[in-house]
Design a binder for this molecule. Structure first.
Ligand code: NAP
Length: 329
């Protein structure tokens, strides 16, 4: 069955019946998209990429919207180059890369794609946690290299029986918990508000870190959560503790994390996101007790397609009714 958002988007008048051109203003594309996703956007909108804009600055006057992804920046300067800009649509739930206050002041709508990516991000969080505890990447190399013929692989750690603390029990955090409960873990969470859930709430992150074995980060990025996981929190987590970050790189003080991993202050980390992406030269790349992923929380064919459909629905709805489906601003 066709997803509701897909069906809705397909019913919209996508092209002019007169000459086949798009009935919507052109969009500026900021970022790289999977081929199928880009093709879907181009089936509804005329798209201008940043290179074309650089080569022909006059295009700026035509652009009515920006389409982007979570790990790209939409600055106030870029917005101000586009006099007819009315909407910024990000394919992702996080919008910490967008100069939100400036958009608000200029009356530019901002939309994201919540919910449709929850399952994919939660699957990755659980998968990376298991990969870290059972050292799956190292075990794979062990077999491939022939090391297994010389000695058995060192023991890993079980997930069953562990205390897990979620930093940010929101849409994604709850999906992570739902998947972790069958592993027989004890769940607690840190967030600004206590929620009507059966798990223990902590209003202090160092206190929760001191209580748990596994710290999973699934809160938003941005100024309010910048470096909330620092040396103090890592020290509290302790030598048997591990961190999983599927939130934003900015949430962890990466220098403190590298220090804690190298010195044995904590046992390990599984990281999908980094302070600077793509990850360049970094001690993380040579530490043995980390599992690393290139920001792929939502990166499945199914999820990226659903995110694109919701983004398109937002744009179509906004340009035809003035109201977006999932507005942030
Ligand atoms: P959400 O539903 O808004 O949940 C966010 C949670 O974080 C809420 O429970 C909130 O609880 C908590 N939170 C917010 N501000 C906080 C603060 N200052 N201190 C502590 N907790 C805070 O968001 P979501 O849809 O689950 O997405 C969460 C984040 O995941 C996104 O913002 C994005 O950065 C990240 N993400 C990553 C990937 C990836 O590819 N790795 C993909 C998608 C999303 P309280 O309000 O009670 O504090």
């Amino acid at each position: 069955m066709m997803a509701p958002e897909l069906a809705a988007a397909r019913q919209e008048p996508e092209k002019s019946p007169v000459d086949g051109s798009s009935v919507f203003p052109p969009l500026l594309k900021v970022g790289v998209f999977p081929e199928a996703v880009e093709a879907r956007f181009r089936s509804v909108f005329a798209m201008i990429d940043e290179e074309a804009l650089e080569q022909d600055p006059a295009l700026a006057a035509l652009i009515g919207g920006i389409v982007t992804r979570s790990n790209y920046r939409i600055t106030a300067e870029l917005m101000d180059r586009l006099p007819r800009l009315r909407i910024i649509t990000t394919n992702g739930v996080g919008y910490d890369g967008i100069a939100l206050e400036h958009a608000r002041q200029r009356g530019i709508a901002v939309t994201n794609t919540p919910d449709v990516l929850n399952k994919a991000v939660a699957e990755l969080a659980v998968g990376m946690l298991l990969a870290l505890l059972r050292r799956v990447p190292a075990a794979d190399s062990y077999v491939r290299s022939g090391a297994w013929e010389r000695s058995p692989f060192p023991l890993g750690a079980s997930l069953a029986g562990k205390k897990v603390g979620i930093v940010g029990l929101g849409r994604i955090g709850k999906e992570i918990v739902q998947r972790l409960v069958p592993f027989e873990v004890d769940v607690s969470y840190f967030g600004r508000a206590r929620q009507e859930v059966p798990w223990r709430h902590f209003d202090s992150l160092p206190a929760m870190a001191g209580h748990v074995d596994v710290l999973i980060l699934s809160c938003p990025g941005g100024a309010a959560t910048r470096h909330i996981v620092d040396a103090e929190v890592l020290h509290a987590l302790g030598p048997n503790g591990v961190v999983v970050n599927v939130a934003r790189g900015s949430v962890i003080n990466e220098a403190d994390l590298c220090q804690a991993l190298a010195s044995g202050t904590i046992q390990g980390a599984a990281l999908d996101v980094f302070e600077s992406e793509p990850l360049g030269e970094s001690p993380l790349r040579s530490l043995p007790n980390v599992v690393l992923a290139p920001h792929i929380g939502s990166a499945t064919h199914e999820t990226r397609q659903q995110m694109a459909e919701l983004a398109i629905r937002n744009l179509v709805s906004f340009f035809t009714t003035g109201r977006a489906i999932t507005p942030v601003v």
